[in-house]
Write a protein that binds this ligand. Structure first.
Ligand SMILES: [Ca+2]
Ligand SMILES: [Ca+2]
Length: 477
């Protein structure tokens, strides 16, 4: 007499060392007994109904069949993760979605979370010009798994931003699922956008990181608006919410200062070089750009360059975003800027800004700190370490606050041939007090002749003399 298939399935599962797919169970059952059915997989699935404590996880068609023998060593994705449980022993309810049999409860040891919480955050520019037509803000999720739907509220300051649209981004449908927008609401009085979307179909669900939706804003006023996500839900294929964290962002609506050609909120050497690299061009030349011909006389000459140079170091109203981070990295890139300083006859302190590396900057600038009771800035001169050019001009000294000033220099009509010297510029101070401290280099930037940033490090003071008593060093002879 042939045993019932359900009995053989039970034997196979009891002997198995890991969760099996339906096809794997079928193969093992067939080794023990023939299955007289035109639909052997259906026969195996039917046999699951009578099994105690068997469960299949995942959406239809379930790939794996799980059972208590191996549940303890397996990863729970669904309810435990959503509950944010720590690893430990729990009584869990596992619903057999594949066979529609009743739910069951038992105690299992869970290592949780199987997936880390997915951060969901808006991404935007740090600042945007009030004159720009719109601002797009993407709402992105990271490290999601089996994503089938989402919803969120995004709040903003309606005095500064006005939401004009929200649209589903390609990520949810990126694996071939059909997508739909479940709902959307734009409220520019209260200042929030609500949006939800879902996906269905036989394709696998998207996983990983991607943009969920994009919100478009018109710019209503100057100031800073927070962009805060609330009520975020990420749902998987079983409509279970995933663990996630809600992020926020901030955007500043500004009027860029005159001369801030690259709209960075600061007129710096990069802007100057944008004009300077078109020096001596005339209307009709390929390199001539009418927008940089500020006096509209058909050429870009030193007068046009000086329009920007004279605006150097002005920043967006309401506080500078000046001297952004990144130029003081711990690992020096291929180019570094450092100070040398020494006393000169006539109660002068000479501070040299040196570049070290293979780059040939056409412009540089640095922020210096000094004791205003001990030192009085006199003049800045460009050095031969800048690229060769028709004309080298200084920038500054320009006081930012007591004891801090910006200095720099740039070359007009630069070629990219370095002179071999690394002296970017020299700054002279009158010494007011004999035992004062020297000058400290807080930050530095360098640009090539096209106005592109040269990555650089400000060298560590333990390696070079950044601070030194004025009395210990005399000019080398
Ligand atoms: Ca700029
Ligand atoms: Ca001109």
């Amino acid at each position: 007499m042939t045993p019932a298939i359900a009995h053989t399935v039970g034997q196979v599962l009891a002997a198995a060392e890991r969760p099996l797919t339906v096809d794997e169970i079928l193969a093992r059952v067939v080794e023990l007994q023939p299955i007289a059915s035109a639909q052997p997989r259906a026969a195996i699935r039917n046999a699951f109904v009578g099994q105690p404590l068997i469960a299949s996880l995942g959406s239809r068609p379930a790939r794996y069949v799980w059972w208590p023998n191996v549940l303890a060593g397996s990863s729970f994705r669904m309810s435990l993760t959503a509950a944010g449980c720590a690893a430990g022993t729990y009584t869990v309810t596992v619903t057999n979605f594949d066979t529609q049999s009743a739910s069951l409860s038992s105690a299992y040891t869970a290592t949780n979370p199987a997936y880390p919480p997915a951060p969901v955050s808006p991404s935007t520019r740090a600042h945007v010009g009030l004159d720009e037509a719109s601002l797009a803000v993407d709402v992105s999720a990271e490290n999601v798994n089996d994503l089938r739907g989402f919803e969120f509220d995004l709040t903003f300051d309606p005095a500064i931003l006005q939401a004009t649209g929200v649209s589903l981004s390609p990520f949810l449908g990126s694996t071939g699922l059909n997508t739909f927008v479940a709902g959307q609401e734009l409220d520019s009085v209260a200042g929030h956008v609500s949006f939800g979307a879902g996906a269905y179909g036989l394709a696998p669900s998207p996983a990983g990181s991607g943009v969920l939706a994009s919100v478009t804003f018109a710019l209503a006023g100057l100031g800073t608006s927070n962009l805060v996500l609330r009520n975020v839900v990420l749902a998987d294929s079983l409509s279970m919410p995933m663990a996630m964290t809600e992020g926020s962002a901030q955007v500043r609506v500004v009027t860029y200062p005159e001369g801030d050609l690259d709209r960075s909120c600061l007129v710096d050497v990069y802007d100057i070089m944008l004009v300077a690299n078109r020096w001596n061009t005339h209307a009709g030349d390929p390199n001539y750009l009418a927008t940089y011909d500020f006096d509209r006389d058909g050429d870009i000459d030193i007068l046009d360059i000086m329009v920007v140079a004279n605006l150097w170091n002005t920043s967006c109203p309401g506080g500078a975003l000046a001297h952004s981070a990144g130029q003081t990295s711990v690992e020096p890139p291929g180019y570094a800027v450092y100070l040398r300083q020494f006393r000169e006859a006539g109660a002068l302190l000479v501070v040299e800004l040196h570049g070290c590396g293979t780059a040939a900057p056409a412009a540089y600038q640095g922020l210096l700190a000094y004791d205003p009771a001990a030192l009085s800035p006199l003049e800045v001169q460009p050095g031969p370490g800048l690229a060769r050019g028709a004309l080298a001009l200084p920038l500054g000294p320009q006081a930012e606050q007591p004891g801090r000033m910006a200095v720099g220099g740039f070359v007009v009509g630069a070629t990219d041939v370095a002179t071999g010297s690394a002296l970017l510029g020299t700054v002279r101070f009158r010494v007011l007090k004999r035992d004062g401290l020297g000058v400290h280099l807080l930050s530095a930037q360098a640009a090539d002749r096209d106005g592109a940033a040269i990555p650089l490090a400000v060298q560590d003071q333990s390696y070079y003399w950044l601070w030194l008593p004025l009395t210990i060093s005399e000019r080398p002879r």
